[in-house]
Design a protein around this ligand. Structure first.
Ligand code: FES
Length: 65
């Protein structure tokens, strides 16, 4: 599903950027090589990034060796 029509960014791409460390919409779009344009995608893009951050936070941390 396309999240950002202006930049042709798909939901899965945003989730990947968030899992790779993007902490904001601007950061994720930067990884895609673009910037926010019209802004109509921002609410959904933020939601996706926040979901991924929550999932990452819920993952168990490796035990200290
Ligand atoms: S739809 Fe994302 S900037 Fe326009």
């Amino acid at each position: 599903m396309i999240v950002c029509v202006c930049n042709a960014i798909r939901e899965e791409q945003l989730r990947t950027y968030a899992r790779q460390g993007a902490r904001s919409v601007g950061g994720a779009y930067g990884r895609h090589g673009c910037k926010v344009k019209c802004g109509s995608c921002l609410p959904f893009a933020r939601e996706i990034i926040e979901e991924e951050q929550a999932e990452q936070a819920a993952l168990p941390t490796p035990a200290a060796a």
